[in-house]
Every structure is written in structure tokens, then in C-alpha cells.
Design a protein around this ligand. Structure first.
Ligand code: AMP
Ligand code: GLY
Length: 424
């Protein structure tokens, strides 16, 4: 068996979930995270690093003897960290800077989709407020305005209020104004080596901060997988109509996309539409999806990083369902309260019900405290969605974290059979 030393770049819940899944792969004999967080410290060796510096990451990878680097977040990918690691002769899971533009620029993604014949919302690129006003009137309400560059999930405003739409655009020019997409949203992740594409389980993410999808967009307040309400053939359809044509178009442009292609989709009354592409695993969906993964993750990511994905069969999954409920610090997605104490069971476990760390820290006395917006997530797997949801919320109730809050309705409608889709 090939023995792997893996270095995971990033410090969020997604990276903790990647580390948990990598730690289960017997081929992964040494696991490092940089910068990591208190959760990853329990299962890997953490190292400080400037994650967006290709030189710093490549140096660290050499120092720890990494045979595979896995880059979690989008900012280092867009900054070219994967290119720097590969240039140092080390395998890297994550797209090149050129290919990461599929997330780094909304307009670039629209251009690729047009070339690939992939269905998405009609849109207009606007450099001035006059152009924004015209585009808003062309599409009508609800208005959708997106900052063109990276914005940690917070660059998008969906509103019925035309002046709020204009105001958001004013602070974010250039923007993309687009047609509103109705219908339930799906996140589908595909691992690709630039040619072959393997789907993960489909998931649903909860982007708004409040119950019933009230309030502003966040990085994601919870997720579940799989989707009991998914129409027959959903994943195959997305692979055929969205993922494979996009990966083929990127290759044809001379900028092959190898890594994780995240398709955010809406199942609208007029069919499947891409809402966005991301160039990396989604957060918090990854925490739920990887909790059900049975295939050895190190081997799969290594195969994708080295052009051998065709040798890996379809991924294997546990039965049942997984749910993650995110706990965020008061104030999020605005300025979060820092320093609130966190206590309770399961804070450093990897059992069926476990805590995934995101914005946590240890203070000078070793007390776990809140140190970010999304602070942690409680993940539960169970035989079905209702049971996983119950177990996740029961574990949330056992935490003693007075400055944190969560949504109370993650996976509720799906568990009670309350989501309907137009037939595709
Ligand atoms: P994005 O950063 O593009 O994923 O957008 C964040 C969230 O805004 C999405 O998950 C949707 O909930 C919402 N959104 C984005 N684009 C649209 C659209 N065209 N129609 C309706 N909702 C949208
Ligand atoms: N779950 C949304 C994201 O990762 O962008």
C-alpha cells in the first residue's frame, strides 16, 4: 500500500472534516494541518502558515515531507497556491489559479457556462450604477446582485427592494445582476482530475442566518445529505448536463480544472439551473457528506491530483443520512462576539455524533472559546434524516456555549417530507 503524508491547508470546519475523513484512510500515515484549529490539533499536527502564500505552503509541504497537499479554501486556490505546490514537485488536490477563476469571478463562470451550454440564470455584467439600474428593470423583482469577486458567501443580495439592490451594487462594483431562480437548491460536489469526474452525495445547505430562511446570507448555517426528495436521476443529470461539460470546456480552454468542482444548483420550474460554481469543497455541506464516506479519501484525492481518477471506481457511502447544525457567534454574519466560552461533551470526538471546529480557539488557560463567525458544527449520522436531525439537535442542547446561536430548522422540511420539486 502507498503510504501518504498529507498536509491540509485551511482552518475551518471543512478542513476539520477533511482531516477526520483522511485520518480514517489507512494509507494516510501522517496528517498535518496548516493553520488548522483546535479540532484538527486533536487528530493532526498543526503548523502556522500564511495560507495564501504559495511559497510558504510549498516550503511547509517540503518540511513535513508531504506526498499530498489538500487545499481547502478558495482564497489560496485563487492566489495560485496549488500551482506553487505542484511546481515544487508535490501532488496537490486543488485547481490552478487559472481554473479557480470559476469561483473567483462570477463573470468568468458565466462565460464558461455559455461555452459549455450549461443552464444558468440569465445575467448582465455591470461596471456602472446606470447599467445596474437597467439590468434590474430588465429582470424585475426579486432582484439578484452579485459582487464579481470572492466574498465568502456574503457578496450576493437577493431582495424585492430596488433601492437596496442598487445600494449593494454601489458598494461592490463591478457586479453581476441576474434573473431570480425559484425552486429548491442542491449542492453537488464532484471530484475531478480534469477529465474523469466522480460525484459525491448531493446535499442541501442553509445559507440564510435565520429560521425559515430569514435574514442575510451567511457562509452556511447547516446542511444535510442525501436528499430524500431528490427526483430520480438527479445526480446523473447534473453530471451529464453540468459537471462534465464544464470540466470539458475548461480543458478545451487550456485551463483544465482538477480538484473539487462544487455545483450550486436550483431546481426551477423551468429545469435545472446553476446558481454558482465553487472551486473547492463546500462548507458546511462537506462536514455532512464526508461523515458518510466509506471510500479512502486520501487515495481518492491523490488519484485526482495525479490524473488517475479513472482507476478509482464510484465512491462508496454508508447508508442513512447526515446532518450538520452550525453554531455561530452572536452578531454573525456581521461582527461576531469573540471570547465566549464553550464546554460540553464530544468537543474533540470522531464518533457518530461529533463536533467539527471552525472558529474556535484555546485561551491561555486552555479553555475553548469562540474566535470567529461560524464557531463549530454538530454533525450526526443516523439511519434516516429525522433521526440524524434529532441526534444533532440533542447534542447541540448538551453544549454549554451561551454566546453561540444556531438555526432550529436545519433539515426540518426535508425530514418531514415537505419539499417538492418540479419534475425535471
Ligand atoms: P452564490 O454566492 O452565487 O452562491 O449565492 C448565494 C446564495 O444566494 C445562493 O445560494 C442562493 O440562495 C442565492 N442566490 C444566488 N443567485 C440567485 C438567483 N439567481 N436566484 C435566486 N437566488 C439566488
Ligand atoms: N456552503 C456554501 C459554500 O461553501 O460556499
Amino acid at each position: 500500500m502507498t503510504e501518504r503524508t498529507v498536509l491540509v491547508i485551511g482552518n475551518g470546519g471543512r478542513e476539520h472534516a477533511l482531516a477526520l475523513a483522511l485520518a480514517r484512510d489507512p494509507s494516510v500515515v501522517a496528517l498535518h494541518c496548516a493553520p488548522g484549529n483546535p479540532g484538527t490539533a486533536a487528530i493532526a499536527t498543526n503548523h502556522p502558515v500564511e495560507a495564501t502564500s504559495g511559497g510558504a505552503v510549498a516550503d511547509l509541504a517540503r518540511e513535513v515531507g508531504a506526498t499530498l497537499v489538500v487545499v481547502g479554501p478558495e482564497a489560496p486556490l485563487v492566489a495560485g497556491v496549488a500551482d506553487a505546490v505542484r511546481a515544487a514537485g508535490i501532488a496537490c488536490f486543488g485547481p490552478s489559479a487559472e481554473a479557480a477563476r470559476i469561483e473567483g469571478s462570477k463573470q468568468f463562470a458565466k462565460d464558461v457556462m455559455a461555452e459549455a451550454g450549461v443552464p444558468t440564470a440569465a445575467s448582465v455584467y455591470c461596471a456602472t450604477l446606470d447599467e445596474v439600474g437597467e439590468a434590474l428593470d430588465r429582470f424585475g423583482a426579486p432582484y439578484v446582485v452579485k459582487a464579481d469577486g470572492l466574498a465568502a458567501g456574503k457578496g450576493v443580495l437577493v431582495t424585492d427592494d430596488r433601492s437596496a439592490a442598487l445600494e449593494h451594487a454601489d458598494g461592490s462594483l463591478p457586479v453581476v445582476v441576474e434573473e431570480y431562480l425559484d425552486g429548491p437548491e442542491v449542492s453537488l460536489f464532484a471530484i475531478t482530475d480534469g477529465v474523469t469526474c466522480l460525484p459525491l452525495l448531493p446535499a442541501q445547505d442553509f445559507k440564510r442566518v435565520g429560521d425559515g430562511d430569514a435574514g442575510p446570507n451567511t457562509g452556511g448555517m447547516g446542511a444535510y445529505t442525501p436528499l430524500p426528495w431528490a427526483p430520480e436521476g438527479l445526480v446523473e443529470g447534473i453530471m451529464r448536463d453540468v459537471v462534465q461539460p464544464t470540466v470539458d470546456a475548461m480543458a478545451a480552454r487550456g485551463t483544465p480544472f482538477a480538484g473539487l468542482l462544487y455545483a450550486g444548483l436550483a431546481l426551477t420550474s423551468r429545469g435545472l439551473r446553476v446558481v454558482e460554481f465553487n472551486c473547492r469543497f463546500g462548507d458546511p455541506e462537506t462536514q455532512a457528506v464526508l461523515a458518510l464516506l466509506e471510500s479512502p479519501l486520501g487515495e481518492v484525492l491523490d488519484a485526482a491530483a495525479t490524473g488517475r481518477l479513472a482507476d478509482v471506481g464510484p465512491l462508496r457511502w454508508g447508508d442513512g443520512a447526515a446532518v450538520i447544525v452550525v453554531l455561530a457567534a452572536e452578531g454573525y454574519p456581521g461582527v461576531p462576539a469573540r471570547g465566549g466560552t464553550i464546554a460540553g461533551p464530544r468537543l474533540f470526538g470522531s464518533d457518530r455524533v461529533h463536533v467539527v471546529h471552525a472558529g474556535t480557539a484555546l485561551d491561555a488557560s486552555g479553555q475553548l472559546i469562540a474566535a470567529g463567525g461560524r464557531v463549530l458544527g454538530v454533525v450526526a449520522t443516523a439511519s434516516d434524516l429525522a433521526a440524524a436531525r434529532n441526534d444533532a439537535y440533542a447534542a447541540v442542547a448538551e453544549l454549554d456555549a451561551p454566546t453561540l446561536f444556531c438555526r432550529g430548522d436545519i433539515a426540518e422540511r426535508a425530514a418531514s417530507g415537505d419539499i417538492s420539486t418540479p419534475s425535471l
